[in-house]
Design a protein around this ligand. Structure first.
Ligand code: SF4
Ligand code: SF4
Length: 191
């Protein structure tokens, strides 16, 4: 990523979020609790603690070369356990948004996958694998994409991990679930 993204270059439309993230992380004492809590840290090139240090040190190129924020699954465990009460999941999300704004193409697939997954959970209370994957393939508009997932799909079906759509799920009342999603959005916006 271009070094011109550094906070402080006023023309840069990403400067404000970077300033915001740096401000969020300023009280970090580098205790490492976030790293120790993160279920995905083993796969990250920089641990969450190290990523926050890079942000504090204004090493923006290093931050955006990292895959750490992309691998964040928003489980909120680090946020809950941080002794300084920092909004770490929100910071990860903002870094992803910034990277996505600057260069959307590499994020297209994972973004659509996430969107269809969460919409399926919202509609049914749990993911409906067949519907969700069908909508994901349609949204990607790629006729070859389903073949990339074919062998995984077959394995999951053999293990009975993928269900055939149950049309009755459309009839259930989803108001309660919708309220939960709205509440989560409200909390996220305040974080
Ligand atoms: S848990 Fe909080 S204070 Fe500790 S390293 Fe992580 S962000 Fe910093
Ligand atoms: S919210 Fe992201 S960074 Fe924090 S513990 Fe969960 S996966 Fe790790």
């Amino acid at each position: 990523m271009n070094t011109n993204l550094k906070a402080g270059t006023t023309k840069n439309r990403l400067a404000y979020p970077m300033d915001q993230i740096k401000e969020m992380l300023r009280p970090c004492i580098q205790c490492g609790t976030c790293t120790a809590s993160c279920p995905n840290a083993f796969a990250m090139d920089h641990t969450p603690r190290k990523l926050w240090r890079l942000v504090q040190a204004d090493m923006i190129d290093e931050v955006f070369k990292s895959k750490t924020f992309i691998l964040c699954s928003s489980c909120y465990y680090c946020t809950l356990r941080c002794p300084r009460g920092l909004p770490l999941t929100r910071a990860m999300g903002l870094l992803t948004q910034m990277a996505q704004t600057q260069n959307p193409e590499p994020f297209k697939k994972s973004h659509r996958f996430y969107q269809e997954f969460i919409q399926s959970v919202r509609r049914h209370g749990r993911v409906n694998e067949t519907e969700f994957m069908s909508l994901f393939f349609l949204s990607m508009k790629s006729p070859v994409l389903p073949f990339e997932y074919a062998s995984l799909g077959i394995k999951l079906m053999q293990k009975k991990k993928v269900s055939i759509p149950n049309l009755n799920i459309w009839k259930k009342d989803r108001n309660g679930l919708g309220k939960i999603f709205n509440k989560i959005r409200e909390i996220e916006e305040q974080a």
